[in-house]
Design a protein around this ligand. Structure first.
Ligand code: PGA
Length: 240
């Protein structure tokens, strides 16, 4: 693992965006993926600014979302799809070659899961996979105890994820499942960038980076990835 400690959230966001751009420059017709959530917001903004300034060409690049709450589509508040539309796709002055956003409100969720697998199969493997880390060590919705050999799947949300997610939904929505790219697809990425900020992430980041590789801390699997960057601010990196 390449560990990059940044002085603050802004520096973490800039460093991560620059690493994404490098990955795209290496294979401009490749496939990239970003997470939703609080952590990636600054990175996504930096990345869009780089694209709009002409510093990175995404005209041949494909984009796929990482995960979604089952029950929400990309028009629903708090969804990863809406995060993607509002912060990334609608702000780009020139679009990606193609985009696949997971629909968590599809009538046939198994077909949606298959569609995610098919998209990654067609345009992948991922060239760049950016990931956040959950308070329980999840990657996307690869929750504690997940089978590392899975591709895209639908999974019950852990107790921790359900508690933490109330910051997105309040009392309006109580999802019980997530749909996510699987660890197999993440581990096949040419470059993985794990971003984390804030003191509340320090202990779980320590477990992921320094602890044993175990599906009880799904992010620990990244210790086995040959080209994984951990980009963290000083607070999140404090226990590394
Ligand atoms: P956060 O979520 O960026 O909102 O902290 C991270 C995650 O749960 O993967």
């Amino acid at each position: 693992m390449h560990i990059i400690v940044c002085k603050d959230y802004e520096e973490m966001s800039r460093k991560a965006a620059a690493l994404v751009a490098e990955g795209i420059q290496a294979r401009p017709d490749g496939l990239i993926s970003f997470p939703g959530g609080d952590t990636p917001l600054g990175m996504v903004r930096e990345f869009v600014d780089m694209v709009n300034r002409g510093e990175v060409d995404i005209s041949r690049t494909h984009y796929v979302s990482l995960d979604e709450w089952v029950g929400l589509s990309d028009t629903d508040e708090g969804s990863c799809g809406l995060f993607n539309r509002e912060n990334l796709l609608s702000r780009l002055e020139k679009p990606f070659a193609d985009v696949h956003i997971i629909n968590g409100a599809a009538v046939n969720m198994d077909a949606e899961r298959q569609g995610l697998d098919d998209y990654i199969e067609k345009y992948g493997p991922l060239d760049v996979s950016v990931l956040g880390i959950g308070m329980n060590g999840h990657l996307g919705f690869n929750e504690n105890g997940v089978d590392f050999s899975l591709n895209a799947h639908i999974i019950p949300l852990s107790e921790t994820t359900r508690k933490v997610m109330s910051k997105y939904f309040g009392d309006k929505f109580h999802p019980t499942q997530g749909i996510s790219q699987g660890i197999r697809q993440i581990m096949a990425a040419r470059r993985v960038i794990l971003i984390a900020n804030g003191a509340h992430k320090a202990e779980i980041l320590r477990k992921a980076v320094r602890g044993p590789v175990t599906n009880e801390v799904p992010a620990s699997v990244l210790q086995n990835h040959p080209n994984c960057y951990v980009v963290a601010d000083e607070a999140a990196a404090a226990l590394l």
